[in-house]
Design a protein around this ligand. Structure first.
Ligand code: MN
Length: 232
């Protein structure tokens, strides 16, 4: 065994619905501006090439099925935004994966929130700086269990929504993605070698807005249940 100078960080792992096994997370990729109406609300046309950013795996907040996660309101922001997203879990890696074969690399799907310090992200954009301060902070990725594709089938449509304190804020359909899941996998795999354990946050629909301490967020995707998070 390797003689580490201190104990290495434990692998972040997601529960898998209907299984005692867990899904070990390697990298977390996120697709930016992937629904036309969200791209527009952020001041863009919705016709640009896909682009990506990362969150550290240990910035995920893993929420067990049927429980409510507690996300601490992060420091240095006054504009914490919710971005409800469908997350794709990669079960088989590859490089230059074709769009036609991309779905064969999918292990399953989860509900996730790409929480964003919008004020810090906006400042970074303005100054041409990286997005980490806006996107990659601790607890920035609340995520639920993985639903294996063997149970859900391949997903290309389905209602995605987010309620805050019982009021609907986001509501769209996966079929409105600019870059579909297979297209995102194919494009991403041309830039980076994908490996089993990678997650891809596929983008958020319109309706992103601020949350406050005490708010209760409930995200839904048809057939995949709920993701429940309280901001504390
Ligand atoms: Mn996002």
């Amino acid at each position: 065994m390797t003689n580490f100078v201190f104990a290495p960080t434990e692998t972040v792992a997601l529960p898998i619905v209907g299984s005692v096994q867990k899904f070990p997370v390697r990298r977390v990729y996120c697709v930016g501006r992937n629904y036309v109406e969200h791209a527009k609300e952020m001041g863009f046309t919705g016709r640009e090439d896909p682009f990506f950013f990362n969150k550290p795996a240990d910035a995920l907040l893993v929420i067990e099925d049927g429980t409510t996660g507690e996300m601490p309101y992060p420091p240095k922001t006054q504009d914490l935004h919710h971005e409800m997203e469908l997350v794709v879990a990669i079960g088989r890696g590859g490089r230059d994966i074709s769009v036609e074969e991309a779905n064969e690399h999918v292990f399953g799907y989860a509900l996730g929130l790409d929480m964003t310090r919008r004020d810090l992200q906006g400042e970074a954009k303005k100054l041409g700086r990286p997005w980490e301060v806006g996107k990659a902070f601790d607890f920035a990725g609340p995520i639920g269990p993985i639903h294996p594709v063997s149970k859900t089938g391949v997903l290309s449509q389905g209602a995605i929504s987010l309620d805050v304190n019982g009021e609907q804020r986001q509501n769209s359909d996966l079929e409105k993605l600019i870059w579909s899941i297979p297209e995102s996998i194919a494009y991403l795999s041309g830039l980076f070698e994908l490996k089993a354990g990678d997650l891809i946050f596929t983008g958020t629909p319109e309706g992103v807005a601020a949350v406050q301490k005490g708010d209760h967020l409930v995200g839904r995707f048809s057939g995949l249940g709920e993701l429940s998070v309280k901001i504390v």
